[in-house]
Design a protein around this ligand. Structure first.
Ligand SMILES: CC(C)(COP(=O)(O)OP(=O)(O)OC[C@H]1O[C@@H](n2cnc3c(N)ncnc32)[C@H](O)[C@@H]1OP(=O)(O)O)[C@@H](O)C(=O)NCCC(=O)NCCS
Length: 157
């Protein structure tokens, strides 16, 4: 599958959100939260998850990259940086279902890591859910080592 990776454009935010809500069923805190507690605050998990893209772009509008194939965006990765701490973080990554399994996710991670290296950062972090077998396989194979597991709690108010 031919594709190339480039910086995202501001007019692509709705495409990134559409890929996000299509991709994060069962593998996001937002969806698991809704499965446990039901719809919260009048908004479903997709509404809540899509807002992560707004937050990532607000934190670092130059740090989102897309994979484009046949003129279509088929995947994206967001990055945020804490330069004084030497830290790069990858908050969100997704590839459309039709484009998965062709190495695009791995290439997006490599691209993000290269951008961190160019910024002279010292380390990178990424998280995945226990319900996400791909993340748990892909990230170690990109050089990440497991550091800690976290438990998310929630209650209705
Ligand atoms: C995670 C994701 C971005 C990967 O995209 P992709 O383009 O398919 O990734 P790649 O093709 O580069 O690599 C996927 C790797 O996972 C492996 N994989 C695929 N399905 C798997 C499964 N069920 N269990 C374990 N590993 C799996 C593949 O074998 C491949 O490894 P390889 O390169 O050693 O063969 C994509 O699956 C996705 O968007 N998932 C939904 C959203 C998501 O989970 N985002 C990450 C949140 S932490």
């Amino acid at each position: 599958m031919d594709y190339h990776i480039r910086k995202s454009r501001p007019d692509e935010i709705e495409i990134l959100k559409a890929i996000t809500v299509e991709s994060f069923g069962g593998v996001s805190v937002d969806h698991l939260l809704e499965q446990k507690l039901g719809v919260l605050g009048g908004h479903d998990w997709k509404w809540r998850k899509a807002r992560h893209i707004d937050a990532d772009l607000a934190a670092n509008d130059e740090g989102t990259f897309v994979a484009e194939s046949g003129g279509q965006v088929v995947g994206y990765i967001t990055t945020v940086v804490d330069v004084p701490a030497g830290k790069g973080r990858i908050p969100n990554l997704a590839v459309t279902a039709a484009a998965r399994g062709h190495g695009i996710g791995r290439a997006l991670i490599e691209h993000a890591l290269d951008s961190f290296r160019q910024q002279k950062l010292a380390f990178a972090m990424i998280e995945t859910m226990e319900t996400n077998p791909v993340g748990q396989t892909l990230y170690p194979s990109c050089g990440f080592v497991e550091v800690a597991r976290q438990i998310h709690f929630a209650c209705r108010l």
